[in-house]
Design a protein around this ligand. Sequence first.
Ligand code: ANZ
Length: 820
Amino acid sequence: DVHYDVHAVEKKWLPVWERLDPFRADDAVVTSGEKPKRYALTMFPYPSGDLHMGHAEVFALHDVIARYWRFRGYEVLNPMGWDSFGLPAENAAIRNDEHPATYTYANIETQFESMKRYGISFDWSRRLHTSDPEYYRWTQWLFLKFRERGLAYRKNSPVNWCPNDQTVLANEQVLADGTCERCGAEVTKRELTQWYFKTTEYAQELYDALDGLQATWIDKVVNAQRNWIGRSEGAHVRFDVDGHDPITVFTTRPDTLWGATFMVVAADAKLAAELVSDEQRQALEDYVADVRKASDIDRLATDRPKTGVFLGVHAVNPVNGERIPVWASDYVLADYGTGAIMAVPAHDQRDLDFARAMDLPVRRVVDTGEDNPEESGVATSGNGTYVNSGPLDGLTDKTAGIHQVIELLEADGHGSGTVNFRLRDWLLSRQRYWGAPIPVIHCPVDGEVPVPEDQLPVELPELRGADLKPKGTSPLGAATEWVNVSCPTCGGPATRDTDTMDTFVDSSWYFFRYLSPHDDSQAFDPALAAAWGPIDLYIGGDEHAVLHLLYARFFTKVLRDMGLIDWDEPFSAYLSQGKVINNGRKMSKSLGNGVSLGEQLDSFGVDAVRLTLVFASPPEDNIDWADVSPAGSAKFLQRAWRLSGDVTSAPGVDPATGDVALRKATHKTVHEAAQLLESYRFNVVVARVMELVNATRKAIDSGCGPEDPAVREAAETVAILLSLVAPYTAEEMWERLGHEPTVAQVPWPTVDEALLVEDAVTAVVQIQGKVRGRLEVSPDISEADLEAAALADPAVQKAIDGREVRKVIVRAPKLVNIVV
Ligand code: ANZ
């Protein structure tokens, strides 16, 4: 009885929980308003291999909250599923000459078994896989709805291309160093016709709503989204061009217009080809061939040598009538702003470098007191006095300058104030097999024709092994029978779209499908979305800061505009966990410092591993596995468990007559735990439970003894609190304390406020070093209150005997020293 077998306990309770099914969320009690709801969400995994330490950490943290909310009387929706489309399954299928589904569903089963053993309080009745036709049918349906609203469209433009994965990538999937977020290959550009979601339509709203998320999301993620959306205030300025349509530029500094001495058009933009003179055409074409090889990151680098081609045309500066040359260069990007700029070399370094390289004029229009850029070669961008700027001359306020020029431009039709966003539309089509087919048919007569809704899902054709090898066009093209169909509109011969959707499309709405995972009449039930939404806490890695979290916000706003939901932000609060590292380094195969979750669970048991992960640090900090002790956690759990065997009073005994000191410790622990849990300080909660275990042990061995009802109350409290992180141990304790399973369903212990009041302490009052009085005071009395109480005490008054008090030294709560 003094040692408990963690593995036997795991085997004992799993089937009991499965039978009792205590974590199934009941829609009815929430839709009826009978119980308040909480929707707890943690990011669903990608099914590659078994679960790892990172999953173990995030699930353990997540479960603390889900279980706590249940204790507090909420009906908790805590679903789980798999993000099961994507490249790794496809690559494995090519290697092993099999179907991607083989790898995918085998891994899902492995992870499912591990998750169950890990004891997370998921509602498994809502399990979903995004690669199931029942799921992607609705991904396709949503795509068509977005398309109906003009939010999904096809266009031809230069796109990011991963030469290794042989597929296009969204901007969000290209890392800051210009490499592919999946495989690390250098991303290049290709001109291709691709499908896009019009995220830009929601740019302003996605940006503005970040203010409201600031308080409940972590700063890092909010800021990353702000930068990614990249809102810039400025102006569109129209320059007339001899013999051509005018060129419009986007500038954040219309006030520097008098310093615009030339213009630059993105070399690879259509505009350049339209503008170029016959003499310069060949030069431009040669140049563009070179430009295509460079990434955006390289192109924007300030230290990149400036290159370009004169287009052989001139434009007219609208504020001073000056004729200025129009150039093409790679440092202007085709898909930002309007793809053309007015160059102000004195105040923009890249323009200045270009002017110097091409021998173009430089004119300072803001005197900042620094060296004149015309001579120094260093552009100045700070505040100063306007010069050479007509009506602006002498003005020193930049905001006023900008406003004045915008007014001028608006008055004569040469421009207007505008807001520009860095955010691009989301490129969603992929030339890979293992994804949801795009439900569109291309007909030579009717063009793009959506697959009729009653024909969804468009299921993937059976392809395997070598058929799936990436070849730059979609593998689906090889499934001739699948591709060739008759047009839903005219009945003539037509072909299916052969691209599949980015897997980020699947994960942009999975939290809606959890509401109605088995509904085959709709994507989700709007009534359930109204009842359960939005998600109260989302926990997951912040590597998704501008990918998944932004896409999910976009989807949510569109669903709102479709009238399916009445809330417009999906995640009311968002928490991101730190990483589990080892010996100060990220775990990796090459460093050989990986820690196997399975081995840890086998050695120490589920509870000890979970407890270690929760106790190690605040949730957002990294955990170094070299610094923690799962063996220590296992030992502590033994200590806690032993309490339950030592209690000798009967279940249901009234604790009111129990030992007051232990009762106070118990009630204080519950009270503080609630506050700590609300602010996600889970590690401190564990520390408090450890203290309570110690206090209870002491009470049993050398205090009130095992028969005292306060000991039962303390042990039961330990079981309840411990169930947040160590459900097996807690369940076992609960049973040994004479209760029915499951401890997960009991109410949160009621705190007796009277027991939270600290005992009084005795303060000593001295006069000239002699003790003249004693006061019973609160332990947290202030210095001022203690001084006043001492001076008002009759015994002290008598001892002072009318003499003048010269000095009072207070050491709250214990001592007052009076000098007369
Ligand atoms: C004139 C000017 C003068 C500018 C000056 C800056 C400083 P953000 O803040 O990132 O929005 N720009 C506009 N379109 C561009 C493109 N397609 N490729 C490269 N650069 C482009 O930056 C806006 C500024 O970046 C614009 O304001 C423009 O240069 C440049 F003293 O216009 B500015």
